[in-house]
Design a protein around this ligand. Sequence first.
Ligand code: PGA
Length: 241
Amino acid sequence: MQVLITENYDELSEVAASIIIEEMQKKKDIVLGLATGSTPIGTYQNLVAASKNNIISFADAICYNLDEYLGLNKDHEQSYHYFMNDNLFNHVDIKPDNINIPAGDLVDANEAVNDYIKKLALKERDIQILGIGENGHIGFNEPGTSFASQTHITELSLETRESNKRFFNNLDEVPKYAITMGISEIMAAKKILLLISGKNKAKTVKELLEGYRSEAFPASVLLDHDNITLVVDKEAMSLVE
Ligand code: PGA
């Protein structure tokens, strides 16, 4: 695991974006795995700026997102469809057909899961961008998820819902279920870029770098990936000796 430590969040966002930009310049038809959450927002801002300056183009890029809440329409402001449009897709030249996000608004959620498993199998992702939950979740793979899992419906832990309630009016409004890419599919990406920022993640980083693999701490599976770069800011590193 390569660990890049940055001074702060802004530098983390620049470093992460520069890694992605370099790969996008090498391969125009890159396949990107994308994440939502607060952490990658700065990275996306840098990618949008690079796209506007014609340093990169998304014209031939294909994107796959990690997860989506179950039961929110695509135009709901807290849906991850909305998040991705707002933070990235509306500002770059990506083709709508090349955007893949699990459908959280289908009447038949199992159909949405099976569709996504099939879609993921069509392309090998060159880079998977990841954040991490305080409890070690990746995507919405909560503690206890099998390392062998594929895309599935997941019940969000109370901790995750509490952490995400900042985006909703109250806890009751936070969906209880989501569709998430599975851990085996996350691990199938050729390269993983794990972004971690802030004091609230310091314990999580410490646990990750202690190197103990357990399904109780989903991100520990990443220790087995042979091409992973962790970009972490000083606050998030503050408990690591
Ligand atoms: P965050 O979320 O980037 O908003 O901290 C990360 C996650 O829960 O995976």
